[in-house]
Ligand binder design. Sequence first.
Ligand code: SF4
Length: 906
Amino acid sequence: MSDARAMLATPSPSLSPKGGEEREGCVVAADPVTIRTTCPYCGVGCGIVATPDGRGGAEIAGDKAHPANSGRLCSKGAALGETLSLEDRLLHPEVDGRRVSWDVALDAVANGFRDVIAEHGPDAVAFYVSGQLLTEDYYAANKLIKGFLGTANIDTNSRLCMASSVAGHKRAFGSDTVPGLYEDFELADLVVLVGSNLAWCHPVLFQRLEAAKRARPGMNVVVIDPRRTDTCEIADLHLALRPGSDVALFNGLLAELHRRGVTAKSYVDQYTTGLEEALMAARASDLAQCDLPAADVATFVEWFARAEKTVTLYSQGVNQSSAGVDKVNAIINCHLLTGRIGQPGMGPFSITGQPNAMGGREVGALSNTLAAHMDFTLEDVDRVGRFWQAVRMAKRPGLKAVELFDAVKAGRIKAVWIMATNPVASLPDADAVRAALKACELSIVSEAVRATDTVDACRIRLPALAWAEKDGTVTNSERGISRQRPFLPAPGEARQDWWIVAEVARRLGFGEAFAWTGVADIFREHAALSAFENDGRRDFDIGAYATTDEAAYDKLSPFVWPARAGVAQGGRFFADGGFFHGDRRARFIATAPRAPMHAPGEDRPLRLNTGRVRDQWHTMTRTGKSARLAGHRPEPLVELHSNDARARGLGNGDIAEVSSTWGRAVLKVHVTEALRVGEAFAPMHWTAQVSRAGAINAAVNPAVDPISGQPELKHTPVEIRRLDMHWHGTILARRPVMLPEITYWARARGAGYHAYMIAGEQPLGVAQRALSAAVRATNPGPWLKGESGVGAVIADGRLEAVLVLSPGHDERARDRLAPFMAMDRLSVEDRSVLLLGGDAGDGESERGGEICACFGVSTAAVTAAIAKGATSLAALGAVTRAGTNCGSCRPELRALLRAARLERAA
Ligand code: SF4
């Protein structure tokens, strides 16, 4: 038993209930024990120190000793303590909507799989797993399906995030190897960020880069992205290329570097093959496709040619494309040509979205890979089969995510088990995924959260542990393996995923191969497999940990692989060749630019790009619980250029339908100059749980890269049309409201209440009656009617709920009304201000949205400080505190400072 578990195993005799969120097993310790663990969000993999408060919560701080973050956390990581409540948790197994015992649920799963396989064969079953799983959970699931059920129909949601990088690495290096380390960003003279909004999606790495650039102003940063994102705030050059033209740009770079003689000849001669073919393809490319100013391209080429220490980081903007693998290889080609790989401050660097996407790659949770970075070659299948003593080894790759759910839809897959992910919201053509699951004979989901779009669609629901309760390891984007340790007890009947998998395996008769007593057992097996018959011909080897005992596993410090037994561990790959193709040489890959699969046309002339916002994570099941994270972008939105907005009669705050061949979403309009004309951007976080029709993936096309199978989430032809709302409104309510059928709603978390932003097409009076009835149904008490569409429930002097409706936009209603929800008791004067619409006339309600999540600083407060003379981040921090904690808002603060400077100069 781990130290942490020993601490948590202390029984709790009595607990004081608090909002139904109490956890059994929590004890208020005299001396709080701190636990070192890892952030569950992005691929940076920051270390966290958690100090449980004994009541089910915990203080969260950055781990100063963790090499990824040295104590830093972004807004999401810093708010983790607000996401630990048991509200919304799935705590008991369910079959067909009925609570059942674990035995009943596990028997149903095992019998279901047994029957389907007996009747239809192993390829009629599938698992869809997740970068949220810990490596040990991942390992167990992969072993069961590939070694014992006899199919490789297991894919991970990391397919949506970095499968193109995996395929690109394998083509170039012969292995899925990230050659470099995070410190290379700090050591480089040129950092090129391609298709990455690092400031929002990997904020701590962005902060490290920002600090390095501050320390060495000579470092150049180039951002290659069709959008002007906050990452551009530290860019010396922004190349807003035409979407999808990355291959043309890097081909142009390759040809020009070669023409100028910036070729590392001895490296190329000794360690690579295929340069001539790659050059021929590169020379045939036309840089004009990129639609970039020639002078900017020349500057980029010049900087790349001059800076030996160059790192090129790439992310979803490269990967999520039907030409994603070619884009990856076009980038890698430039690093191979210049020999800038595997040395301090040099190399191509794929950064992953998910916290354990890399762990999934290590265990082989992609359907086309085997465990421990092995493949479906005869030798590898035989090797893994012998190691596992597999009963029924899969011999060929399985279906990739989009094909897998197509097969569910077509009825070829009759049993699917989803673990720790929400494909009904996150896959393209998402409504088709929902329909497929609902029609599937046996749909199973292992989940920590009670209400997700996917849980709603599945028959068997198995309660899984959440972040604070799970035990195991994760791997970050620099190959760093860290422990994730539990610091809260398991709630209800929830169990860790590996245990659930092992119990199903036991029921299927494979108990011996899954007889682990804890996660350390699985970690040892995983480490041993990585070293099994590995004579240095496989990159992934952590054999040094194959005999790690329980105590050492408990104390395991973060380490970077490779970690071969008896050899110094960590470091970079490929400085001196040593690639993993049979001849140990890297491959240049000839790449030809390819347009996105679906081009905009007359009916759908706009190109939809999807992505993320700063303070939310994936489908918001966790970050959505934090009130402070809801302040920055509280509603599902679509951004478009002012020219495109004008042409459609759209303005800020309007409600619009985004429609494609595949589906539609209804979103709030945000007009911006940060996009190219003809493009639109929508974040992917909103689901049916928190919005009427905010799930943008319903409209996203299901095209995939032909090699990696990664969906093209960033190029869907759409049209956007204005929906004429007769009214807009806001509800703040202490208890959830069952809204009547209205055109638009989005729900966000407030401090002790739920906030609903609403709009509709029915007459205002009709809406007023229906909505006030809905509010009062769950928030009982005297209903007071105020002026101009205001109604409120005030019970015992406290505001329980308030509804405000108006014929036009009222973007500030939430800010105006929130202070009244914070009051224990409303005075007579407070009531009259509230019933007049909440404007106290003190300017406090003119917040203009929140910019700093840590201290709740509004855009208005920052703008006021700038108007009063603050001209630097330090000055803004001193006046408002904005940007002085996690630093996630600093790029936006910079943007406001820059805008003010430009305005003064004009
Ligand atoms: Fe978590 Fe933020 Fe670190 Fe990513 S950058 S691991 S989200 S704290």
